[in-house]
Write a protein that binds this ligand. Structure first.
Ligand SMILES: Cc1cc2nc3c(=O)[nH]c(=O)nc-3n(C[C@H](O)[C@H](O)[C@H](O)COP(=O)(O)OP(=O)(O)OC[C@H]3O[C@@H](n4cnc5c(N)ncnc54)[C@H](O)[C@@H]3O)c2cc1C
Length: 324
């Protein structure tokens, strides 16, 4: 039997929750289907991470987000989005994976690992944190390699290579160094990323300059073995002792679910899904995109701060269609 809904929201991150609030206000029969916990991507962020945004910029539907410091940490953000979801009694099905979204006879069939649904409108807000951007080098599948950094304790007294120079890589390198790990950074560009939080950048630059953290610039990992790692540098290949590799080389959205639902992606390498920026409706009528998924491979383009507005744009558009 198919469960009938007006609106299905795929993904229960901050933006999916914002969409649910808009549906609830209008008394629509909606459900959020989330494959993990509430705000699952944030749940998987490093334990001690601090957002670069101040808490009011992460608020959804103007519900106050109170944090101890101007920029909240992961635990405070989880507290906030969880409380927004539970206090507003939002309809969220957790630990349910959406496998396909198909348009048939002017309505959508949404299949999950648990149920089959129909809906007039579907909002895809699946983010980008589930598929690591792989280095595609031998040894990347060894158990000592991770693409997700959680905390530093297990890296104390170990030889750790951190790959990347973004906020996540810099936070991990500094934290591991300060907990007694021997850190080497492998950076593809010629410097630490310009987008690194302005209050963190001098710290990493100084640690590299003083030699506390070794960094290879214009460099790439070539091969990972049980006890070593080989790095391609401008001065030739280097092989060093290595216990762990923390490869923070970015993540990719799940393009397959978008393509299979009929959404077209730009063919310029960026794979940006096509949508109307005024309504967030994709090229498939009544199928909407919200949040960071809208950027395709440009995963830095959209974040909570600038995409929380998507929920209101989508709800206004659906409302105008219902009134027609
Ligand atoms: C370390 C780090 C720091 C950041 N700091 C900031 C900051 O300071 N300010 C800011 O604005 N942004 C920040 N961001 C970015 C921000 O966290 C993301 O932009 C935000 O999570 C986007 O929200 P979203 O709801 O679009 O996607 P997500 O939060 O990724 O939510 C998507 C949800 O969809 C679920 N999902 C995926 N596929 C399926 C499926 N098939 N079926 C069911 N559910 C599915 C996922 O489990 C996930 O819960 C940061 C990101 C990182 C990685």
């Amino acid at each position: 039997m198919k469960i009938e809904k007006d609106v299905i929201i795929v993904g229960g991150g901050p933006i999916g929750i914002a969409c649910a609030l808009e549906c609830k206000k209008r008394n629509w029969n909606y459900v959020v289907i989330e494959k993990g916990a509430i705000a699952n991507s944030l749940f998987n962020y490093p334990k001690n991470m601090t957002f670069f945004s101040t808490s009011e910029k992460l608020e959804i539907d103007e519900i106050p987000f109170i944090s101890k410091n101007p920029k909240p940490n992961r635990d405070e953000a989880l507290e906030y989005y969880r409380r927004v979801a539970t206090a507003n009694k939002l309809n969220i099905n957790l630990y349910e994976l959406v496998r396909s979204i198909k348009k048939e006879n002017n309505q959508f069939s949404v299949s999950t690992n648990k149920h089959n649904y129909t809906a007039h409108y579907v909002i895809i807000s699946t983010g980008f944190y589930d598929i690591p951007n792989l280095m595609k080098v031998p040894g990347e599948d060894l158990p000592k390699v991770t693409h997700y950094y959680k905390e530093a304790h297990n890296y104390a007294l170990q030889n750790v290579v951190v790959v990347g120079a973004s906020n996540s890589a810099v936070d991990a390198a500094l934290e591991i160094y300060r907990k007694g790990g021997h850190v080497t950074m492998v950076v593809r560009g010629n410097a630490i990323g310009e987008r690194v939080k302005y209050w963190v950048r001098p710290d990493i630059v100084n640690r590299i300059e003083e030699g506390s953290i070794k960094a290879y610039f214009n460099a790439e990992v070539e091969k990972i073995e049980e006890e070593t790692i080989s790095i391609k540098t401008p001065d030739g290949n280097v092989t060093i002792d290595n216990d762990y590799v923390v490869a923070l080389t970015g993540y990719l959205p799940n393009f397959e679910i978008l393509k299979a639902s009929g959404i077209t992606l730009s063919d310029d390498g960026r794979q940006i899904p096509s949508y109307n920026p005024e309504t967030m409706e994709s090229n498939v009528e009544n199928l909407y995109l919200a949040g960071v998924i809208c950027g395709g491979k440009e995963t830095h383009k959209w974040f909570i701060e600038n995409s929380r507005i998507h929920a209101k744009l989508i709800a206004a558009n659906i409302e105008s269609k219902i009134k027609e």
